[in-house]
Design a protein around this ligand. Structure first.
Ligand SMILES: [Fe+2]
Length: 337
């Protein structure tokens, strides 16, 4: 009887070991429907179950630190290079080697010491009201800081990481002083104090509150393809402008991921990363969430193609991540809430 009992226990223990080997746990700040679709597809193809924990990136970093070597987190996913750099600096990630990742992700969109990799690309562009601004009138982020734009611009709060990375890129290119001056001048031109999301800025521009705003490209796509007619009407009133085409290029950022230091399922995490950066998954990110694929020439979305190709700021993303604290300070000096 005892032998049978032991066999049963051993069987169940083996079962749980096997089950553990067929899982991957993601701590993610990405908040888009496309992701769940892709995780389901990954499970179908590999048999690896995907567990997701969603929260704000900073909260996830703290949680992984608190959990220490008992953390179930295999993969940390963030929607901005600033948070990926922070996760690396806080010591919660580990470097991984994968020839597939190296092939699928251009070097400028990966950490040079392999702690994180990009998954998707987004540009932080200027969107303006078609009936208020002429084509070609805006050429640069600097234009919106000129006196003639007083009371005509909008952007969300400076606590937002997308804005911090934009300003960090200005710091990386031109130094803190010039970046602070830009933030001060832009802030002085705002039609109202910062409030709401990127989509809210566009809704306000379409409603006539301001003439132009700064937003991430995929939010334009999400409005244009919304199930809510009001949002589709908003998008129809707006034009996307890629700033700085005659100079350094438009600021781009990534959403990306890194394998956690104590990942219990490291190999599965690498497999998932390879899957998310594969052509097929990249196509889903573009067609469902209107993000740019890692290789922008592969963009399949008609909407994104309609905006045309653009020159992006070639500054290393790592460098942007490193200036995020200086950017927060510059925003504070500028009085940008
Ligand atoms: Fe976002």
């Amino acid at each position: 009887m005892r032998i049978i009992l032991n066999k049963i226990i051993a069987f169940y223990m083996l079962g749980s070991t096997l089950q553990a080997a067929e899982e991957v746990t993601i701590y993610s700040y990405r908040h888009y429907e496309a992701d769940d679709k892709l995780y389901a597809q990954f499970t179908e193809e590999t048999g690896i179950k995907v567990n997701t924990v969603k929260a704000k990136a900073d909260a996830l970093i703290s949680r992984i630190q608190t959990e220490g070597d008992q953390s179930p987190a295999d993969l940390f996913i963030a929607a901005d290079v600033g948070r990926l750099e922070k996760a690396k600096e806080e010591g919660i990630l580990q470097p991984v080697t994968s020839e597939t990742l190296k092939k699928q992700v251009p070097a400028e969109l990966r950490d040079s010491s392999d702690f994180w990799t990009g998954i998707t690309v987004r540009a932080r562009v200027i969107v303006y009201a078609k009936n208020k601004v002429k084509a070609g009138e805006i050429k640069s982020y600097d234009d919106l800081a000129k006196p003639e734009w007083k009371g005509r611009v909008l952007a969300r709060s400076s606590s937002n990481i997308y804005n911090q990375s934009l300003l960090a890129s200005f710091i990386a290119n031109n130094g803190e002083e010039k970046a602070t001056q830009w933030a001060q001048a832009f802030r002085a031109n705002m039609a109202r104090e910062p409030e709401g999301s990127d989509r809210d800025q566009m809704r306000s521009v379409a409603a006539g509150l301001a003439d132009a705003c700064i937003v991430n490209t995929y939010y334009v796509g999400l409005l244009a393809n919304s199930t809510d007619k009001k949002d589709r009407d908003v998008a129809a009133k707006l034009t996307v402008c890629f700033p700085d085409q005659d100079s350094k290029g438009t600021h781009i950022n990534i959403s990306g991921a890194g394998v956690c230091k104590h990942a219990p399922n490291k190999q599965n995490a690498i497999k998932l990363l390879e899957f998310l950066t594969s052509n097929k998954a990249q196509d889903t990110f573009t067609s469902s969430n209107y993000e740019y694929p890692l290789v922008r020439e592969n963009t399949s979305s008609e909407l994104l193609k309609s905006w045309g190709s653009f020159k992006s700021d070639s500054i290393k993303l790592e460098k942007i991540g490193k200036h995020r604290k200086a950017a927060a300070k510059a925003f504070l000096l500028a009085g940008w809430k």
